[in-house]
Design a protein around this ligand. Structure first.
Ligand SMILES: Nc1nc(O)c(N)c(N[C@@H]2O[C@H](COP(=O)(O)O)[C@@H](O)[C@H]2O)n1
Length: 152
């Protein structure tokens, strides 16, 4: 069976980066993975004044909208680093919140797919041909947490 997720209010909504699960990374608190991910686009750039605005955004949708506004220029290495930044945030989220960690582990070996109709990089896109990088990260985080728990 394949596990599809997308919106927070749908089944497996806790797999979405928009789910309300805060994370601490390097001593800083972020309301959602999406807030953290979007803010990272502007680290070290002349547009870094948007970072506190993204951090304080009242919803992940507002954080995403600020981060996606092409009026600002993202960091030059963004394409190279975005996957590892996302993975670190997703791993932290599932290590922090035991209830959703259980949900992730309960999916066993099933394929996890972000069923975004528009995103062919993080999701599978409208026609299922997308790269599903967020699903890949969730499955690799699932494996890492399993290994961590087996070591204890
Ligand atoms: N829940 C939800 N709503 C949307 O409108 C989305 N596009 C997504 N997908 C997430 O968007 C992030 C990628 O943002 P960029 O396009 O790189 O700015 C990533 O977190 C996807 O999982 N989710």
């Amino acid at each position: 069976m394949v596990i599809y997720f997308y919106k927070v209010y749908e089944p497996y909504g806790c797999f979405s980066n928009f789910s309300p699960h805060g994370i601490f990374i390097e001593g800083e608190y972020w309301q959602t993975v999406e807030h953290y991910y979007q803010a990272n686009k502007f680290l070290g750039t002349k547009d870094n004044l948007v970072i506190p605005l993204i951090k304080a955004a009242s919803t992940p949708e507002k954080a995403a909208s600020l981060g996606r506004d092409r009026i600002r220029k993202v960091r030059s290495d963004w394409e190279e680093v975005k996957c590892s930044i996302m993975r670190q945030a997703v791993l932290t989220k599932f290590l922090t919140h035991s209830d959703i960690q259980e949900t992730l582990l309960s999916t066993g070996e099933q394929l996890i797919v972000e069923k975004s109709p528009t995103d062919y990089y993080w999701g599978c896109g409208l026609d299922n041909t997308g790269q599903n990088n967020l699903g890949q990260i969730l499955m690799s985080v699932r494996q890492e947490i399993r290994e961590l728990k087996n070591r204890k």
